[in-house]
Design a protein around this ligand. Structure first.
Ligand code: GLU
Length: 304
């Protein structure tokens, strides 16, 4: 497979295309990013890498960190975590509160904000130093000790995090949040403010693609069956109320973030990360979606 040629071709084609997306403005600090940034990094399980554009520039990974948080929680508590959240697509936006009331404070899945707040609560209950241990996990899985978070972004989100505060209060009223709300929100905003490059992101998702290698980072092991479940959740819930569209057009497990990043994996073949900050109304990068749709079309390989 000539990934290099295909990636370069897609990059040039997508870059010249139209976009009706906008940089996320509900976290004011995210607006400071150049909207024209665009990078792609594809890493194969057999050790090759292909990068294009701004693939080595750091950006805020936002909700992509929900996959790392779920991985740690799943490793710590196993199947018990599903007592507190479901595994169904929500069909609602990432920060929707409506469904949460109908369903008595039990979020549909770990990748909508409500679910990720429950996961954050689990980590706060079970880790001695949640921020440190989370960052150590991310450093180890990405093989890069320079990974850090952006204090300004975390602070900006805290100042304007009214919706997340509403979600967590609603869940607390139903008894699905155990710790102090401020503590969990602080940890959650920290997770979302982790910064990575496309290359680092692709590297850190390679273990979810490379099923022949045991998964054990910072003593948080996951079995093959648990990786299968995380990948299944990425395909059914990784793109909020556009998850069906992503599966339909791209056909890979993946996760997006409102910073404009998308990461996706092809089991046993590759991991790919794209970053372009202009997102659509569903919170997903317009160029990111387009790039991955073209990738599976041109390579003629997806999981389907
Ligand atoms: N930090 C964002 C929030 O909680 C994450 C949303 C996203 O990336 O989709 O609103």
């Amino acid at each position: 497979m000539n990934f290099s040629e295909i990636i370069n071709e897609i990059y040039s084609e997508v870059k010249c295309g139209e976009t009706d997306g906008h940089v996320a403005s509900y976290i004011p600090e995210l607006l400071n990013v150049n909207p024209d940034k665009f990078g792609i990094a594809l890493l194969t399980v057999d050790g090759n890498e292909f990068c294009c554009g701004d693939a080595e520039e750091k950006f805020s990974i936002q909700s992509i960190s929900k996959v790392f948080a779920l991985s740690i929680a799943f490793s710590l508590l196993g199947e018990k975590i599903w007592e507190r959240m479901g595994v169904e697509p929500s069909g609602t936006s990432f920060n929707s509160i409506m469904q949460l009331e109908y369903e008595k404070g039990k979020p549909r899945n770990p990748f909508i904000n409500a679910g990720a707040l429950v996961v954050a609560d689990i980590l706060v209950s079970n880790l001695k130093n949640p921020k440190e241990e989370f960052l150590e996990f991310v450093k180890e899985i990405s093989g890069n000790i320079s990974i850090s978070f952006n204090h300004k972004i975390a602070q900006s989100e805290k100042e304007f995090g009214f919706r997340n505060a509403a979600l967590i209060n609603m869940m607390k009223s139903y008894g699905n949040i155990k710790n102090d709300i401020e503590l969990i929100l602080d940890f959650y905003f920290f997770l979302c403010s982790i910064e990575m490059t496309c290359k680092e992101l692709a590297q850190s998702f390679l273990p979810y693609a490379n099923l022949s290698k045991p998964f054990n980072y910072k003593n948080f092991p996951l079995t093959k069956s648990q990786i299968k479940r995380i990948n299944a959740l990425m395909i059914s819930c990784g793109f909020y109320d556009e998850s069906g569209e992503f599966a339909f057009k791209v056909g890979l497990p993946g996760k997006s973030g409102v910073g404009g990043g998308i990461v996706a994996i092809h089991p046993n073949i590759y991991s790919v990360a794209v970053w372009s900050p202009r997102i659509n109304s569903k919170g997903n990068s317009v160029f990111g979606m387009k790039t991955l749709e073209m990738l599976t079309t041109k390579t003629e390989i997806s999981i389907f």
